[in-house]
Ligand binder design. Structure first.
Ligand code: CUA
Length: 152
């Protein structure tokens, strides 16, 4: 009878391990879908209704859209503030050159190309401050290009 118990216990352990690896790969509270559309004039962002005022907008119960502009060398808005336990779709474009948009410590990560809008959907859970980093070399200030995503 003890053998069966041990067998059951080790199967449980394996399941736990597999579960934690899967969870780890997804990252803390973040799942993402990436997409991008080639539809925007990088030089005309100030006239674009989505990007002239980079911001977070509520679009449903627990659903938000964040319009983010990356530039040499930062992100707007900064910080990007989003409520806990919500789904946030980030629309990110660039004012100048290719940048990266990576929410540090998660798998939310996309390239940001001038003339295109990158889309990432993220589930955020508990209040936490995330670093936002650029992971594409974009010029002399690349190493210092960073922002914040604050889940409040
Ligand atoms: Cu922007 Cu590196």
């Amino acid at each position: 009878a003890y053998e069966k118990l041990w067998l059951a216990a080790s199967v449980m352990l394996i399941l736990l391990l597999v579960g934690s690896v899967t969870y780890g790969a997804i990252g803390p509270g973040v799942a993402m879908v990436a997409d991008s559309e080639p539809t925007i004039d990088a030089g005309g962002l100030d006239e674009d209704e989505r990007f002239s005022e980079p911001r977070v907008e509520q679009v449903g119960e627990n659903e938000y859209e964040a319009y983010v502009v990356s530039f040499q060398f930062g992100f707007q808005p900064d910080p990007i503030v989003v409520p806990e336990n919500s789904t946030v779709t980030f629309y990110v474009t660039s004012r100048d050159v290719i940048h990266g948009f990576e929410v540090a410590g998660t798998n939310a990560n996309t390239m940001v190309v001038p003339g295109e809008v990158s889309e990432i959907k993220v589930e955020v859970e508990e209040p936490q401050e995330y670093g936002l980093i650029c992971n594409e070399y974009c010029g002399a200030g690349h190493h210092a290009m960073e922002g914040k995503v604050n889940v409040v």
